[in-house]
Design a protein around this ligand. Structure first.
Ligand code: UDP
Ligand code: MG
Length: 337
């Protein structure tokens, strides 16, 4: 393990940043982080997790290690997705506190000193709440707000509205988080589940500094389904309730038809209403099978017990022969780094 230059109080802060094709922002990001970390009362480790970038992000990061020795680059074997990349970073961070932030400077590094000072006052989590969401469309803001309202209605540990992954967490919070074994990782929900004493700070979220977002509505929908199904089994109960309701309504309708036939003679055939009822009920059935499928799929993924990520390279572990040694690591065998 590489020795980092230490300061007087010997506390280490890890700043974890997942990177996926961020070559456009990396130079600015590193400059701003370097400027900020010089002012901090703690030593900092900048832990970049390269999530299978196809551009020259990794080369840029490694190059800047000559100027800033406290940069560490963890390279995943392929693109695993942001949640897995962040998980890898949180697993490997060595700090007494860890800050998780995006690479695109939407989370301003200049707020870090304030976060550190709140932590030094004794809190475990410093949560960054967005006051505004500059550069995000009306549609994105509305769907996000609807999603939070829905998920908080059905899940046990509410997720604070308008907070992202940008936050500081103490060592014991990180250790608790690293113990959660699930493969389907919905970090925001996991943070909320872990809990711990929390201080919330407000900030104005900047638009992306350069490059473009890797999210689209399909990916966001997937994340939303992930969020709901990994933290609540209420949709399964909804399926049950829908089944009971439609069976009840169907039974009542049948009874009415029989009574009508007894007292007023045979009623006229009604193909249209038949078709409407059949399609409605088969729709409900398919919906319920789908909901069930989501959970079965999750059980399947968990049952396979695969690690969440694979580390191909750690710049600190193979300093001399960078890239020659392949170390295979995952959550299952590399819990508390
Ligand atoms: N990211 C990642 N893997 C991916 C997609 C994104 O590690 O597959 C990183 C990305 O480099 C950035 C962070 O996750 O640091 C947030 O991504 P982005 O800014 O594209 O998301 P948004 O802010 O639009 O939600
Ligand atoms: Mg962003």
């Amino acid at each position: 393990m590489k020795k980092l230059p230490t300061n007087h109080n010997n506390l280490l802060l890890s700043i974890v940043i997942p990177i996926h094709n961020e070559a456009d922002v990396i130079p600015t990001l590193i400059d701003r982080l370097a400027l900020v970390s010089r002012k901090l009362p703690v030593t900092t480790e900048l832990l970049f997790v390269d999530d299978g970038s196809k551009d020259n992000s990794v080369a840029l990061l490694l190059e800047s290690r000559h100027r800033y020795p406290h940069i560490r680059v963890l390279r995943l074997s392929r693109n695993f997705g942001k949640e897995a990349a962040a998980t890898a970073g949180l697993n490997h961070a060595r700090g007494d506190a860890v800050i998780l932030m995006d690479a695109d400077l939407q989370d301003p590094p200049e707020l870090i000193p304030q976060m550190v000072s709140e932590w030094r006052k004794g809190t475990d989590v410093v949560l960054m709440k967005r006051r505004s969401r500059a550069g995000e469309s009306w549609l994105k803001r509305t769907t996000a707000s609807l999603f939070y309202r829905l998920i908080n209605r059905i899940s046990d540990a509410p997720i604070p509205v308008d907070t992202g992954d940008f936050r500081l967490m103490s060592r014991r919070t990180i250790d608790a988080l690293n113990q959660l074994p699930e493969r389907n990782r919905y970090l925001k929900g996991m943070f909320a589940w872990v809990g711990m004493p929390t201080v919330t700070l407000e900030f104005d979220r900047d638009p992306r500094a350069a490059g473009h977002t890797k999210w689209n509505y399909f990916k966001l929908l997937q994340l939303a389904i992930e969020g709901i199904t990994s933290f609540s089994i209420k949709p399964l109960r909804l399926a049950l309730v829908l089944g009971i309701m439609s069976a009840g309504a169907g039974g009542l309708f049948g009874l009415l038809e029989v009574l009508k036939a007894l007292f007023f003679g045979v009623s006229t055939p009604g193909y249209a209403s038949m078709i409407a009822i059949i399609t409605f009920l088969s729709g409900i059935q398919l919906l319920c099978v789908g909901i069930l499928g989501e959970y079965v799929g999750r059980i399947y993924m968990e049952a396979k017990q695969r690690p969440v990520f694979i580390v191909a390279d750690d710049s600190d572990e193979n300093e001399k022969a960078y890239g020659s040694a392949i170390t295979m690591k995952g959550v299952s065998n590399d819990q508390n780094h």
